[in-house]
Design a protein around this ligand. Structure first.
Ligand SMILES: C[S@@+](CC[C@H](N)C(=O)[O-])C[C@H]1O[C@@H](n2cnc3c(N)ncnc32)[C@H](O)[C@@H]1O
Length: 333
């Protein structure tokens, strides 16, 4: 159920503010990274009006793949100079909220970048927002940070909903849980999250046949892993946690931007290749890799799994009665 706004408040906000009513044709990709939201939104027929990311390598990858040059620091973005857009997408910085981070939440200057989303949404008044973050965002400080985020969005006159989605349930062999926040100016009774899970693609469909020898670890590391763990899986990804415990699964644990080099090892013996990391995030093989291995690790570890972004945007389109079957027509337009 969407959080209902008090009638008087809705009258005040809804009457005073001229929101874009839909249909949803264009999107802004804030904190665009290498474009997980872009892939999802364009697969649903939407056109990118604006993107920005402070990271030069991410901007270059975005431009090489989508032909759009993203803006730089969002703090410098002037709403009056930006094009109009119907949907605002943002995977805002997750480090301040992640279990790996220090849990300071919005007090951390990187967490405060959320304020930039509010600033641009207030000025540009898109019909809808789709935001993504780590699942821990929902529970830090007893849920007070998340409540504040939802209140700030509702305060602009949006109905909101959220759900924790796991990439494993959306076809990808990666356990990656993310909270997706959706916000629409149009009221909805129940946001159309899908009921059914998409079967996980097996790891064999993601792993490269003949990876370069540079991805294989030293004998010493391989032996230490084997001493620590014996895997029941013919093909598995071995995960070493921060405490040094090793486990293995027929899928990957979450890719992380700043993790130690060998924390994920295919069959306990080699690192994932850049293409494999992108596949684990749902990026198609046509996606051009233009960065070096360590940059791709960071970029892939930061990205939103494409099917999760797709699911949330598809739901928003349904709220606006835009059947996704119209995709072809809108693509042609
Ligand atoms: C969690 S990642 C988003 C990844 C993206 N959704 C994707 O699919 O690749 C956050 C991104 O915010 C960018 N960023 C951090 N500070 C920024 C700022 N001040 N302005 C614009 N982008 C920023 C980072 O470079 C990073 O790429």
């Amino acid at each position: 159920m969407s959080q209902p706004l008090p009638r008087a408040f809705e009258d005040a906000v809804g009457a005073a503010v001229d929101y874009r009513p839909g249909p949803i044709m264009t999107f802004a990709d804030l904190f665009c990274g290498i474009g997980g939201f872009h892939l999802a939104a364009s697969a649903l027929g939407l056109k990118c009006a604006y993107a920005c990311d402070i990271d030069e390598q991410a901007r270059k990858a975005y431009e090489a793949n989508f032909g759009i040059t993203p803006g730089n620091d969002i703090i410098q973005a002037k709403p009056s100079e930006l094009p109009e857009f119907d949907l605002l997408c943002a995977g805002f910085l997750c480090q301040p909220f992640s279990i790996i981070g220090d849990r300071k939440g919005l007090a951390d200057p990187r967490g405060a970048l959320f304020r930039e989303i509010i600033r641009l949404a207030r000025e540009k008044r898109p019909a809808a927002l789709v935001l993504e973050n780590v699942r821990q965002l929902v529970s830090i400080k007893g849920g007070s940070v998340f409540d504040r985020i939802l209140q700030d969005i509702a305060g602009l006159g949006y109905y909101t909903d959220h759900r924790i989605l796991n990439a494993l349930d959306y076809g990808l062999p990666q356990k990656r849980e993310r909270v997706l926040i959706v916000a629409t100016r149009k009221r909805f009774d129940a946001f159309p999250w899908p009921d059914r899970k998409t079967p996980m693609k097996p790891l064999s469909g993601v792993l490269e046949k003949n990876p370069d020898s540079r991805y294989f670890v030293s004998d010493k590391i391989r032996e230490s892993r084997r001493k620590a763990h014996s895997s029941p899986h013919k093909i598995g990804i071995w995960h070493e946690n921060k405490g040094g415990n090793v486990s293995s699964h027929p899928y990957s644990c979450a890719l992380r931007a700043g993790a130690s080099y060998n924390y994920l090892l295919v069959n306990g013996e080699r690192r994932l290749t850049p293409r494999e990391m992108l596949r684990l995030q749902g990026f198609p093989d046509e996606y051009k890799i233009i960065s070096n291995d360590s940059q791709i690790r960071k970029q892939a570890g930061n990205a939103v799994p494409v099917p999760l972004a797709y699911t949330a945007i598809q739901g928003v389109l349904q709220v606006y009665d835009q059947s996704t079957a119209t995709k072809g027509q809108r693509n042609k337009a």
